[in-house]
Design a protein around this ligand. Structure first.
Ligand SMILES: *Cc1c(COP(=O)(O)O)cnc(C)c1O
Length: 354
């Protein structure tokens, strides 16, 4: 594998001189800040928020760095993982020329973001057991293939992809391999973050939206070589992470223990719910899950989906997704919510059989 970051970058990004914000040009201690055209009188809020936030999110990155065991220069923060996804396209993929590979069924944003950026998507569908098709992947790669998207644990299937398969892609592909670990906290597999020293072509994405319970804050993380992180920083909007998000994230990062307790509880409820689903007669298959949701193949999935809606319960209908026919994706709820779901299904079955 012959990795050359400069060859992968778009010409315009290589040449880009980034916006230099007021906070960039002066970031030390001072008494009077008259450099950013903020409202010096304050704001209608008790806590003012009248000043621009730290464009580099130093405090949040320091806290993440301690928890993840990786230096801050390897961390990028985005307005959700969705911003990281879009930025990777804008840094590496020349519209109408370059292409990327995804492995469906998988997270929808890789394709939507490719379409927004006018970048060709190539598909190497997962094999049965939802594992990577390495031969198909290799055949799709050409000189203009910039990114390969790997989601592990995968959404919507819930399983982790084989580590050796991912390593094989990392070893053989000279473009960027993005591993989306949105659900890694619920998995038995360990993160690829510690492998960053070994693979200059690796980008790992994680998020505050799932295990951390902070989907509304919109905070996503990307981990990569300091060279890749620098490029992403150059392209991002200067103040992409707002002050309130930075403050809340910092608070949350002090409570790792509480988050770990929630993860344990969700995993145990997931395993219990999977056992219950195995016993439900109309359920044809409960797929293995390393995430905080399960994928179930069920008789008349669309009809069940509609029925559950009448009971006020919303699950994700994946029955029209290739390789997921008649499948529903179900997030692990609270104990009470899970019971409501199981009871609703029991009622459905009893109505069907009378
Ligand atoms: C939920 C999810 C995310 C999180 O996206 P955010 O923009 O950080 O909320 C990322 N990737 C996958 C596969 C997901 O399922």
């Amino acid at each position: 594998m012959n990795f050359n970051l400069n060859k992968l970058l778009r010409e315009n990004i290589k040449k880009l001189s980034p916006y230099s914000s007021a906070r960039d040009e002066f970031s030390g201690e001072a008494k009077v800040f008259l450099d950013a055209n903020e409202n010096s009188l304050g704001s209608p809020l008790t806590k003012w928020y009248n000043r621009y936030p730290d464009p580099h999110q130093h405090a949040v990155k320091d806290a993440i760095s301690k928890i993840k065991g990786i230096a801050s220069e390897h961390i990028f923060l985005g307005n959700g993982s969705d911003e990281c996804i879009d930025l990777l396209y804008r840094c590496f993929c020349e519209p109408k020329r370059d292409n990327v590979i995804i492995c469906p069924p998988t997270y929808g944003m890789y394709e939507v973001s490719a379409n927004v950026n006018d970048v060709e998507i190539r598909k190497a569908p997962l094999l049965e057991h939802f594992q990577l098709d390495l031969i198909h992947l290799e055949n799709l790669v050409d000189a203009n293939t910039k990114l390969i998207w790997i989601c592990s644990p995968n959404n919507p299937t819930g399983n982790s992809l084989n580590r050796e398969d991912i390593e094989s892609v990392l070893n053989n592909f000279s473009g960027i391999v993005v591993i989306d670990e949105a659900y890694i906290n619920f998995a038995k597999q360990k993160s690829f973050i510690q492998e960053l020293t070994e693979y200059p072509n690796l980008v790992v994405m994680q998020t505050f939206s799932k295990a951390w319970g902070l989907a509304a804050l919109r905070l996503g993380m990307a981990f990569a070589s300091s060279e890749i992180i620098s490029v992403m920083n150059k392209v991002k909007p200067p103040y992409n992470i707002n002050q309130a998000t930075q403050e809340f994230a910092l608070k949350a990062l002090e409570e790792v223990g509480q988050v770990n307790d929630m993860i344990k509880e969700l995993v145990s409820m997931r395993d219990a719910l999977m056992d219950v689903f195995e016993q439900i007669p109309i359920v044809e298959k409960v797929y293995p899950s390393d995430a905080n949701f399960i994928l179930v193949k069920i008789k008349d999935a669309r009809k069940i989906y509609e029925y559950l809606l009448t009971k006020g319960i919303v699950v994700r209908d994946r029955s029209n997704v290739k390789l997921c026919d008649n499948c529903l994706r179900i997030t692990i709820g609270t104990e009470q919510e899970n019971t409501l779901l199981v009871d609703a299904l029991a009622e459905y079955i009893s109505q069907e059989t009378t």
